[in-house]
Design a protein around this ligand. Structure first.
Ligand code: 13P
Length: 287
C-alpha cells in the first residue's frame, strides 16, 4: 500500500521504534526491500536520490514501477516512496510524478531561504497528501554528488523549520553518508536531546545509517529518531555477494550468465541486511 510517511512515523515516535528508509537503484533493489518489508510485517520507506531517479530514467518511471510492484507482489504493509535530498525543482517533479513523500534539502541555503522554500513546499505537498521532510545542518560525506560538511544542527533553527509544518525533520548530529572514518567522534546526543526538547513529538530523521553502532542507534531512537536512512550498506552487501558469485566462477557454469541468476545473490544479500536493520530499528510487526 503506497502511503505518505506521516502516520507511520508518528506511530513510530509513539511506539519508540524507527522505520528504515532504504534507497533503491533498480528493480532488484525495490523488489528485495518490498518483499522483506512484507515478510517482516514492517512499514518501509523507499528512498530515491536525484541521481538514482535519473539512473532509472526519471521519477515517473520510478513511481510507476513501485506502484505496479506493490500491486503485483501483493504488498499490504505501508510503503512510502520518498525523494531523498531533493532540490526545490526535484521536489516539484516528484509531487507531479506520484511520489508519496519528499525531502527538501535546503540545508546549504542560509536559514531564511531554507525557511521560505520549505514553507512553500510544505503547502504544495500537503495539498496532495504528500509528506515532507526538511533538513537543518548538512549531513557530512558525499551521496550521489550531494556533499555535506557534517554540521551539528542549531536546535533553534530546527525549531524554526519544524514550526513550518514539515512532517519530519533531519537534523545533523555529526552523522555522515557512507562509511564512518576511524576517528569519528560519534553522534552528538546532547544536540539531539536539545532539539527534541524544542520540537516535541515531531519525528526526527537520522541520515547516514550505514555503520552507526547498534547502541547509538538505540539511544537515538530513545531520543526521538523515528526514521533511519540506510543506503551504502545495501550497496556493500550487494557488491560482496555479486563479487563472490563471479569469483567462484558461477557465472561460467551452465546458464550462470543469465542476468536473473547473476543478480540473485545480490538480491538475497539486500534482503538479509534490510531484515537485520528492521529488527534493530524495532519496526518488525509494526505494519
Ligand atoms: P548511508 O549511505 O551512509 O547509509 O546514508 C544513507 C542516507 O542517509 C540517505 O539519505
Amino acid at each position: 500500500m503506497l502511503v505518505s510517511a506521516t502516520k507511520m512515523l508518528n506511530d513510530a515516535v509513539k511506539g519508540k521504534y524507527a522505520v528504515g528508509q532504504f534507497n533503491i537503484n533498480n528493480l532488484e533493489w525495490t523488489k528485495a526491500i518490498l518483499n522483506t518489508a512484507q515478510e517482516n510485517n514492517s512499514p518501509v520507506i523507499l528512498g530515491v536520490s536525484e541521481g538514482a531517479g535519473k539512473y532509472m530514467t526519471g521519477y515517473k518511471t520510478v513511481a510507476a514501477m513501485v506502484s505496479a510492484m506493490i500491486e503485483e507482489l501483493n504488498i499490504t504493509v505501508p510503503v512510502a516512496l520518498h525523494l531523498d535530498h531533493g532540490t526545490y525543482d526535484g521536489c516539484y517533479k516528484c509531487i507531479e510524478a506520484g511520489f508519496s513523500s519528499v525531502m527538501f534539502d535546503g540545508s546549504h541555503f542560509p536559514i531564511d531561504e531554507n525557511v521560505e522554500k520549505t514553507s512553500e513546499l510544505v503547502k504544495a505537498c500537503h495539498e496532495k497528501g504528500i509528506s515532507i521532510e526538511a533538513e537543518v545542518g548538512s549531513i557530512g560525506g558525499e551521496e550521489d554528488g550531494v556533499v555535506g560538511a557534517g554540521e551539528i544542527a542549531d536546535p533553534n533553527e530546527c525549531k524554526k523549520i519544524a514550526d513550518l509544518g514539515v512532517d519530519f525533520l533531519a537534523a545533523g548530529i555529526g552523522n555522515i553518508h557512507g562509511k564512518y572514518p576511524d576517528n569519528w567522534q560519534g553522534l552528538d546526543f546532547d544536540a539531539l536531546a536539545k532539539t527534541k526538547e524544542l520540537i516535541g513529538d515531531l519525528p526526527l530523521v537520522l541520515h547516514g545509517g550505514t555503520g552507526i553502532p547498534a547502541d547509538m542507534i538505540k539511544k537515538a531512537i530513545s531520543l526521538g529518531v523515528a526514521k533511519i536512512n540506510v543506503n551504502t550498506e545495501c550497496q556493500l552487501y550487494f557488491q560482496e555477494a555479486t563479487r563472490k558469485y563471479i569469483e567462484e566462477g558461477k557465472d561460467l557454469q551452465g546458464k550462470g550468465f543469465d542476468p536473473r541468476k547473476l543478480l540473485a545473490p545480490g538480491y538475497e544479500a539486500i534482503k538479509v541486511i534490510v531484515k537485520e536493520k528492521m529488527e534493530l530499528f524495532g519496526s518488525v510487526n509494526k505494519a
